[in-house]
Design a protein around this ligand. Sequence first.
Ligand code: 3PY
Ligand code: MG
Length: 250
Amino acid sequence: MKSNFRKRLLQGDRLTGTIVSLPCPQIAELLSRSGFDWLFIDGEHGCLSVGDIQLLLQAAQPQCPCVVRVAANHEVYIKQALDTGADGVIAPLVNDAETAARVVAWARYPPLGKRSVGIARAQGYGFAFADYVNRANTDVAVIIQVEHVDAVANIASILDVAGIDGVFIGPYDLSASMGKPGDINDADVRHQIETVRQACLERRMALGIFGVDAAAVQPFIRQGYTLAAVGMDTLLLGQSARLVLSALKP
Ligand code: 3PY
Ligand code: MG
């Protein structure tokens, strides 16, 4: 809800988060108290309804900012995610400037955009309405995902769109768009990622990426990426289960 996530993103602070994909508020709460700078609530690939997303936010905020990746680039998903009280939205598969401009408009109240006005959790169910509406355009982060070769080809015009606060690379979808799903270390995929990095760094645009573990994101952090989503709830659970077992098994 009230957080300095966007401010920290814009000033280039290192923000390390993890993906929450399970509709379990207890897990979101646990992760929110584990030292992450933010939680990436996955409404695209996670099994999360808008009601689930709100329950996760109720468990994890205010101790940890929550940014919701919406299911698709659609006004309804964006306004619902923001009305649950998300500290920002991540829009998947933004492949051109027109899509980027629509995402920004749906996430910003007039006069900056076209966000529809609700009376929901974000607005204190009406009892913090003016406070929220007055600060939402300043506090809500708008992050777009560059994760398709078309987006890389259009990166300059996408970054020209006013109102984008950060770019988050999706290496898996990017590799899929090149006919190599999951081959994120392939030289051509890496070349595309590097093109995006250079364009973002030139414009001082906050840049983020997902990696399944610390080793996967570490090289990117060294290259100037400030936003990272490392692993996800399911992986963290499965990895620690396997670790305990491997320590005990002969
Ligand atoms: C991808 O790699 O495609 C992602 O969206 C990671 O979040
Ligand atoms: Mg993706």
